[in-house]
Design a protein around this ligand. Structure first.
Ligand code: BYC
Length: 313
């Protein structure tokens, strides 16, 4: 069958809401877009462990420590899950990791900001996981089978992450004046980066058209951002925190919040590698990879031994 016919069949399948599976024919551009997006997503999960992992030894109670440990482990699981899903497209994980460690690959802008106080852990769960859920529940309806299925499992865990973060913020906001101030300070620092992590505005998003046509992305960056804002502002008001946006107002006609200007210059600067923590994140990730080399070697040797024994038996 020629490429034109295959492309027609591929697009008809997508239009009918069917999933594309790894062995199905797909245009090279679809494969490349998925590898780009899924590997960036996997890297984000793995790099995202660093700012939170930084607080495991300083969690204020055993309960909080157990929750944070579980969350960080979940993120590792999401990363591995997503690297595996990306490998179904014919790329090797070691190649993807090399791109991350050499600074060539992107990962979410949000993880280039520092976690200065315990309230930042609350803000990450509430806002960062909250924004991630908005985005990922849409991706769960996407056209590539392994990616959309990964999203279903990941979103379930992100919901728990989101709730534990909101609970931390609620407790702090109802605490002493100092605790409330800490919550507000973390909110002030994480609000705008969380809004930006959903991607550049639609007029500055070169990949969206193609990804939406092929139903990898089901909604545009701005549409998801609006939903995130509409959901999060009342949550902030409920716990008595003030959204750090002087221009924020509710539009009774549209039923949506209107927000002030987003600092896209800052966003593009961060994704170019100039955020407050970019260099540190890559350095820490490379070190973590080196430290874990013996575990991977041992696991590979064990798997090879098992396979050999199976063959003999
Ligand atoms: N950060 O054309 P656009 C988590 C890049 S982790 C960095 O709109 P697209 C969690 C973009 O790559 C969840 N770069 O792109 C983990 C493109 O550059 P290239 C992370 C960004 O793909 C641990 C350029 O800007 N979620 O939840 O259509 C602890 C133009 O953008 C960002 C995902 O990864 C960014 N924020 O849309 C706690 C979801 N935004 O590649 C929590 C999967 C854009 O052309 N990804 N860029 O050089 C997506 O949904 C989409 O890729 C995006 C961007 C919405 C992020």
């Amino acid at each position: 069958m020629d490429d034109k016919k295959q492309l027609e069949q591929f697009e008809a399948k997508i239009a009918a809401g069917l999933k594309i599976e790894p062995k199905d024919w797909m245009p090279e551009a679809y494969r490349k877009q998925l590898i780009r997006m899924m590997s960036q997503h996997a890297h984000s999960e793995i790099v995202g462990m660093l700012p939170e992992g930084n607080w495991i030894t300083r969690a204020p109670s055993l309960r909080r420590k157990a929750i944070l440990l579980a969350k960080v482990q979940d993120e590792a699981g999401h990363g591995l899950y997503l690297y595996s899903a990306t490998e179904t497209l014919g790329v090797d994980r070691s190649e993807l990791l090399e791109q991350l460690h050499s600074g060539k690959a992107k990962y979410s802008s949000i993880f280039n900001y520092p976690t200065l106080t315990w309230a930042d852990i609350g803000a990450i769960g509430w806002l960062v996981d909250g924004a991630a859920i908005m985005n990922q529940t849409a991706l769960a309806r996407g056209s590539y089978g392994p990616y959309s299925r990964a999203m279903v499992k990941i979103c379930k865990e992100e919901s728990f992450h989101n709730r534990q973060g909101y609970e931390i913020m609620m407790n702090l906001a109802q605490g002493t004046p100092e605790q409330k101030e800490m919550a507000q300070d973390a909110f002030n620092r994480w609000w705008w980066p969380s809004i930006m992590m959903l991607g550049p505005s639609d007029d500055k998003s070169p990949n969206s058209d193609q990804l939406m046509r092929w139903k990898v992305k089901m909604e545009s960056n701005d549409a998801i951002r609006q939903r995130f804002i509409d959901r999060t502002v009342p949550q902030a008001e409920f716990i008595g925190l003030k959204v750090p946006d002087a221009d924020l107002k509710f539009n009774d006609v549209t039923g949506h919040y209107e927000h002030g200007p987003i600092n896209w210059e800052e966003f593009f600067d961060v994704i170019k590698g100039n955020g407050p923590c970019n260099a540190k994140r890559i350095k820490d990730r490379v070190e973590a990879d080196k430290k874990g080399a013996w575990v991977r070697e041992a696991a590979t040797a064990y798997a090879a031994k098992q396979a050999k024994e199976k063959l003999v038996a």
